[in-house]
Design a protein around this ligand. Sequence first.
Ligand SMILES: NC(=O)c1ccc[n+]([C@@H]2O[C@H](COP(=O)([O-])OP(=O)(O)OC[C@H]3O[C@@H](n4cnc5c(N)ncnc54)[C@H](OP(=O)(O)O)[C@@H]3O)[C@@H](O)[C@H]2O)c1
Length: 246
Amino acid sequence: MNIDLTGKTALVTGASRGIGEAIARRLAETGAHVLCAARSKARVDEIAGEITAAGFRATGVELDITAANVRERIKTLIEQQPIDILVNNAGITEDDLFIRMKPDAWTNVLRTNLDSAFNITQEVVKKMIRARWGRVINISSVVGLMGNVGQTNYAASKAALIGFTKALALEIGSRNVTVNAVAPGFISTTMTDQMSAEARQALEGRIALRRLGTTDDVAWCVVFLASEQAAYITGTVLNVSGGLYT
Ligand SMILES: NC(=O)c1ccc[n+]([C@@H]2O[C@H](COP(=O)([O-])OP(=O)(O)OC[C@H]3O[C@@H](n4cnc5c(N)ncnc54)[C@H](OP(=O)(O)O)[C@@H]3O)[C@@H](O)[C@H]2O)c1
């Protein structure tokens, strides 16, 4: 399978590290011009610089997806170049047991993980619908499917992203715009690197493939969903959890 995204522009939110950075790099290597967006401008510029130096196309974009002017920022970006592939990846956790959870922790997580997808996607899909081609890929989580202790806010936001994905897929499928979700399990990032050896071993024991995922395990699935080869897939949730949840 030869995936070629040449001529497509992709916007990846949360591209300054972790899963988003890997998605940005792999999309660029497959030919897309990638707009690497995050709040850390220096870091996305550095990543875009490395991608460009390797002979591919990328631009760093400073973007706070919770900012009041996020829609204006997206409109300006689209005026410069239409976005063909949108990856709503940026997300946060603010864990606490439900009984202790502060309203701010609830609101912050829902605002970042869910409201931003509403605001950004609504602006981006208008042009995709007119162009009769588009890919929206929402990074959810297996936690949105199976729940997790201490993460009622996060689970609610990620489950809602799946509902959002399925409903929007039905609305805009006739315009040749596909909308899918990817639900990663536990992925090796700076967060999971801080786990104790025992905690990591216990976690791996629950995973059928007996290892944590890599950021590339997720990124290649996103590349596939963005490709022409995935043209007949919409409204689906691709579970990338190594069999933690089936
Ligand atoms: N890691 C896992 O095991 C795992 C599992 C399932 C699902 N996921 C999901 O996968 C996605 C990426 O996770 P990750 O582990 O790679 O996270 P991460 O390493 O913490 O990176 C999060 C990214 O989101 C960006 N971000 C956070 N708040 C933002 C805001 N207000 N505006 C713009 N960008 C913002 C951060 O950039 P700045 O700080 O520079 O803005 C960063 O690039 C998230 O949606 C997460 O829920 C992760």
